[in-house]
Design a protein around this ligand. Structure first.
Ligand code: G3H
Ligand code: 13P
Ligand code: NA
Ligand code: ZN
Length: 328
């Protein structure tokens, strides 16, 4: 059944677990997420980015998610719009039937230029007014995602700040977070703690100086009733990097957010954990290996199937690690 983000995260907070929010663009990702959820009895957040709408088209995305809800009626599903760049974008998603939208006012409408605090409050409050009138939840964002090593936002095209960010922009301020939530009435707040989008988050396994879990604890202590969201939460599995590189890929050394660190965040108010890159890496690795090992195969369903299974394994592992399993 389709439910709102607020409804799902209230339950998660009450029972102390986190919910992975997986990005979807196609059938294989959607099936992997739902089959893993059914197998582990987990509630689901699926999110569609602007890139997903461009790739699949809004009607296909909408019906893909509605089809999942129809085929898996016992599973609570939040249909969430990821990184909306304006209240107008959020409005279109609400009209499409999304039960939750992200108004990312940390950046201006171009999705690249860091925005002022007042701009962020203004667009987020407008999105909340509109969404709440329709029973739809809103996720806001305060602080800019980016690396504390380099000051750069991640690699994803179309999402993330351009240029070098300052230390202040890269870590959400707890006092400002309290003011922001009070003024905007968001249902969930995405915070910046040193993670970034894409596969190139850290040049070494992260320690506290470049992955600021302590900052999450400080924010949670200040606003314990607010559901926190961690973007850029892929763990960048080293085993999948090795498979990709063994079978013709070229991905340089890189590290993601260790699952144990995410779990530490979940103990301190993180309820929604955004993951896209890990499913991309798993499906690419599985596809490369299959095609290399089966050079005469040409039925795409054969390699879509191994990609789907690889993504499903990641989903199961996250549902279990975050305590989502058993809560559908
Ligand atoms: O927020 C970033 C997500 O990974 C979406 O990426 O815009 O390439 O679909 P995308
Ligand atoms: P990753 O690139 O770490 O998977 O993060 C995805 C994300 O935050 C989508 O909003
Ligand atoms: Na989001
Ligand atoms: Zn994100």
């Amino acid at each position: 059944a389709l439910i709102s983000l607020r409804q799902m995260l209230d339950h998660a907070a009450e029972h102390g677990y986190g919910v992975p929010a997986f990005n979807v663009n196609n059938l294989e990702q959607m099936r992997a997420i739902m089959e893993a959820a059914r197998q582990t009895d987990s509630p689901v957040i699926v999110q569609a980015s602007a890139g997903a709408r461009k790739y699949a088209g809004a009607p296909f995305l909408r019906h893909l998610i509605l089809a999942a809800i129809e085929e898996f009626p016992e599973i609570p599903v939040v249909m969430h719009q990821d990184h909306g760049t304006s209240p107008a974008v959020c409005q279109r998603s609400i009209q499409l039937g999304f039960s939750s939208v992200m108004m990312d006012g940390s950046l201006q409408e171009d999705g690249k230029t860091p925005a002022s605090y007042d701009y962020n409050i203004d667009v987020t409050r407008r999105a909340v007014d509109m969404a709440h009138a329709c029973g739809v939840s809103v996720e806001g964002e305060l602080g800019c995602l980016g690396s504390l090593e380099t000051g750069m936002a991640g690699e994803e095209d179309g999402v993330g700040a351009e240029g070098v960010l300052s230390h202040d922009q890269l870590l959400t301020d707890p006092e400002e977070a309290a003011d922001f939530v009070q003024k905007t009435k968001v249902d969930a707040l995405a915070i910046a703690c040193g993670t970034s989008h894409g596969a190139y988050k850290f040049t070494r396994p992260p320690t506290g100086d470049i992955l600021a879990i302590d900052r999450i604890k400080e924010i949670h202590a200040r606003i314990p009733g607010t559901h926190l969201v961690m973007h850029g939460s892929s763990s960048v599995p080293q085993e999948w990097l090795a498979v990709i590189n063994e079978f013709g890929g070229e991905i340089p050394e890189t590290y993601g957010v260790p699952v144990e660190q995410i779990c530490e965040g979940i103990k301190h108010g993180v309820r929604k954990v955004n993951i896209d890159t890990d499913l991309r890496l798993a499906s690419t690795g599985a596809t490369r290996r299959f095609l290399a090992q089966n050079p005469s195969e040409f039925d795409p369903r054969k390699f879509y199937k191994v990609a789907m299974d690889a993504m499903k394994d990641i989903c199961i592992a996250r549902y279990e690690a975050f305590g989502t399993a058993g809560n559908a």
